[in-house]
Design a protein around this ligand. Structure first.
Ligand code: SF4
Ligand code: SF4
Length: 435
C-alpha cells in the first residue's frame, strides 16, 4: 500500500442556484487577461444541455485523440518526420472556437452617445477578437431557456435513448446546474497525452498543474482530457487549467470558487488513497463497477495501518488528522452520497457530486416532514421529474440503483431536518429547534 494525499471537492447540486459567482470570481482571480477570454477554469453548466465546451461529453466525436497523441509522441521521440508533425498541429480532435464561443463585450458607450432617435439606443455586442460588431450564435448556458425540452434532448448526449422521458408540459420541465472545475484526476489523461511532459500531478496533494516553461503548445492535453477542462491560451501558445488555487491552499485558504459560492455547496478536503491500486481500478472491466472501484481507492484515515503507511510515505501528521476531519471522506465513504462525474472516462476524477433531488418539495410535503415516509414515497423513483436515468448517465455510467439509493438517503435527511426545523418533534440535540 502506497498512501498518498489528494485534495478533493464535493459539490451538493441541490444547493446550486446557477448564479455563476464562482465562475466570475475565478475568472477575476485567474483568467481575466488577453488570450484567455474563452477560458473558464470554473464554469457552471445548464443541465440538460450541451455543456462547455459544446458537446464535450460526446466522446465518440473526440475519440482517438489520446491514441493520436501517443503515436505523435513516439514518432517525435524517434526523430519523426514533418508529416507527423503537421498531423499533430492539425489535430482534428480539438474543440473549435464556436464550441466555446466568440468572446464579446457590449458597446456601452452607444447608450450615452447615440444620436437622438425614436427608440431607446442599445448596446450591441462587439467581438473581443476582431473588434467588430457581431451577432451572438451560441455561448455557455444557451440551454437555460430550453429547460429540459426536446430542443435540448437531441443535443445532450446524456439524454440519448431517454427521449420519451423528456417532459414537454410546462409544469414538468426541469433544469439544474452542474458547476465544473478540473477534476485533478488520480489518473490524469492530460498528463499522459503531453508530448513535452509539461503536465504533472503534485506529489504532496495531487493537484494537477501545467509547467508553463515546459509547455510547447501541442494541445494534445486539450484532446486528451475527456472533461475538456484544459484550455489553450491563444496569446501565449500554452495550455492552462484550473490550479485548485494552490497558492491559497498552501496558505490554508479555500479555493476562490468555494469561498465565494453563494449556495455554500462546495466542500474541500484531503483524502488518503492507495496509489498502488489506481491503474488496476482504472482498468476495471465493467464501466458500472468504476464508481465502486474509485471509491474503494480512498482509505480510512482512522485505520492505524493506513496512518502508519501515510507517515512512512512522508505525509505530515496534521495532514492525516486533516483527512480524518474532512467532510469529503464522510460524504464519499461514510454516507455514500457523493458520486464522481463520468467515472466511465477512467481518469479517476476527484471532484464528486451529490445529485439533485429537485423538485422535492411535493415529496417532502406529502410525507408530512416524516423521513420514513419520504423514503417510501421515493419508492416510485421513476416519478421524479429529473429522469433518474439521466442522473445515472452523468454519475454512475448508467447504474440507476446507486443514484436511487443516494436520492433516498438525501430525501430522508432533508425530511428529518424539516421535521426538526418546521414544527415537528424538536431535536433535543439542537437547542434552537422549533417544536
Ligand atoms: Fe487533466 Fe482533465 Fe483530469 Fe483535469 S479533468 S486532471 S485537465 S484529465
Ligand atoms: Fe452554484 Fe455556488 Fe457557483 Fe452560485 S457560486 S453558481 S451557487 S456553485
Amino acid at each position: 500500500m502506497r498512501v498518498m494525499a489528494q485534495m478533493a471537492m464535493v459539490m451538493n447540486l441541490d444547493k446550486c442556484i446557477g448564479c455563476h459567482t464562482c465562475s466570475v470570481t475565478c475568472k477575476q482571480a485567474w483568467t481575466n487577461r488577453k488570450g484567455t477570454e474563452q477560458v473558464w477554469f470554473n464554469n457552471v453548466e445548464t443541465r440538460p444541455g450541451q455543456g462547455y465546451p459544446r458537446g464535450y461529453e460526446d466522446q465518440e466525436k473526440w475519440q482517438g485523440g489520446w491514441a493520436l497523441s501517443r503515436s505523435g509522441r513516439l514518432k517525435l521521440k524517434a526523430g519523426g518526420k514533418w508529416k507527423k508533425l503537421a498531423q499533430i498541429f492539425s489535430n482534428p480532435k480539438l474543440p473549435e472556437l464556436d464550441d466555446y464561443y466568440e468572446p464579446w463585450s457590449y458597446e456601452y458607450e452607444n447608450l450615452l452617445n447615440a444620436p437622438e432617435q425614436k427608440h431607446i439606443p442599445t448596446a450591441p455586442p462587439r467581438s473581443l477578437l476582431t473588434g467588430k460588431r457581431m451577432s451572438i450564435k451560441w455561448s455557455g448556458n444557451w440551454d437555460d431557456d430550453l429547460g429540459g425540452t426536446y430542443a435540448v434532448a437531441d443535443k445532450d448526449p446524456m439524454l440519448k435513448g431517454l427521449e420519451d422521458k423528456v417532459k414537454l408540459e410546462f409544469e414538468q420541465t426541469y433544469m439544474f446546474y452542474l458547476p465544473r472545475i478540473c477534476e485533478h484526476c488520480l489518473n490524469p489523461s492530460c498528463a499522459a497525452s503531453c508530448p513535452s511532459g509539461a503536465i504533472y500531478k503534485r506529489e504532496e496533494d495531487g493537484i494537477v498543474l501545467v509547467d508553463q516553461d515546459t509547455c510547447r503548445g501541442w494541445r494534445m492535453c486539450v484532446t486528451g482530457c475527456p472533461y475538456k477542462k484544459i484550455y489553450f491560451n491563444h496569446r501565449t501558445g500554452k495550455a492552462e487549467k484550473c490550479t485548485f488555487c494552490y497558492p491559497r491552499i498552501e496558505n490554508g485558504e479555500p479555493t476562490v470558487c468555494a469561498e465565494t459560492c453563494v449556495g455554500r455547496l462546495r466542500y474541500i478536503g484531503l483524502i488518503l488513497y492507495d496509489a498502488d491500486r489506481v491503474t488496476e481500478a482504472a482498468s476495471t472491466p465493467n464501466e458500472r463497477d468504476l464508481y465502486a472501484a474509485q471509491r474503494d481507492l480512498i482509505l480510512d484515515p482512522f485505520d492505524p495501518e493506513v496512518m502508519n503507511a501515510a507517515e512512512r510515505n512522508g505525509i505530515p501528521y496534521d495532514w492525516i488528522t486533516g483527512a480524518q476531519e474532512s467532510p469529503i471522506y464522510k460524504l464519499i465513504k461514510d454516507y455514500e452520497v457523493a458520486l464522481p462525474l463520468h467515472p466511465e472516462y477512467r481518469t479517476m476524477p476527484m471532484v464528486w457530486y451529490i445529485p439533485p433531488l429537485s423538485p422535492v418539495v411535493d415529496v417532502v410535503k406529502d410525507a408530512g416532514y416524516d423521513a420514513e415516509n419520504a423514503v417510501n414515497l421515493f419508492a416510485a423513483i421513476e416519478d421524479l421529474r429529473i429522469p433518474i436515468e439521466y442522473l445515472a448517465n452523468l454519475f454512475t455510467a448508467g447504474d440507476v440503483d446507486i443514484v436511487a439509493d443516494v436520492l433516498r438517503r438525501m430525501a430522508a435527511m432533508r425530511s428529518y431536518m424539516r421535521d426538526i426545523n418546521l414544527g415537528g418533534e424538536g431535536d433535543p440535540m439542537i437547542p434552537y429547534s422549533v417544536g
